[in-house]
Design a protein around this ligand. Structure first.
Ligand code: ADP
Ligand code: MG
Length: 140
């Protein structure tokens, strides 16, 4: 087992409903530590760049609009197997398929407005962390 870092985003649907604390509590209860955090309002261009990997998917435009519609909280999470651990506590992309006790099962509104983002591999974690944070902003 290795200590890893991963990027988490608390999405606009969750910040609007004042769920930041409840979501962070679930992450911390899963053994993840917040080692960097900020609240930002992404421009459409920033959201488009962040999700560029999905640019050919039918939901891309809607995703960019939703992610730039209200503030988000971006965080670096650290812990044993943090990338997979975060994905586990997030739950499946579609909340209807998310396991009991997961963030998406409890809080997500729909497959699009699903409350949280989490990096899906070591390589994307590195890229996504660097998209929002400089090394000096991450304090483990
Ligand atoms: P995940 O966030 O679980 O890694 P993806 O990387 O596949 O999921 O998709 C990125 C985001 O795009 C999802 O979290 C969700 O907000 C949105 N999304 C994915 N699939 C759909 C869909 N079929 N319809 C609408 N939005 C979607
Ligand atoms: Mg993804």
């Amino acid at each position: 087992m290795a200590t890893e870092r991963t990027l988490s985003i608390i999405k606009p649907d969750a910040t609007r409903r004042n769920l930041v604390g409840k979501i962070i509590a679930k992450l911390e209860d899963a053994g993840l530590r917040v080692v960097a955090m900020k609240r930002i309002h992404m421009t459409p261009a920033q959201a488009a760049a962040f999700y560029a990997v999905h640019k050919d998917r039918p939901f891309y435009q809607e995703l960019v609009e939703q992610m730039s519609a209200a503030p988000v909280v971006v965080q670096v999470l650290e812990g044993e197997n943090a990338i997979a651990r975060n994905r586990e506590v997030m739950g499946a992309t579609n909340p209807a398929q998310a396991a009991e006790g997961t963030i998406r099962r409890e809080f997500a509104l729909s497959i699009g407005e699903n409350s949280v983002h989490g990096s899906d591999s070591a390589e994307t974690a590195r890229q996504e962390i660097a998209f929002f944070f400089s090394e000096t902003e991450i304090v483990g």
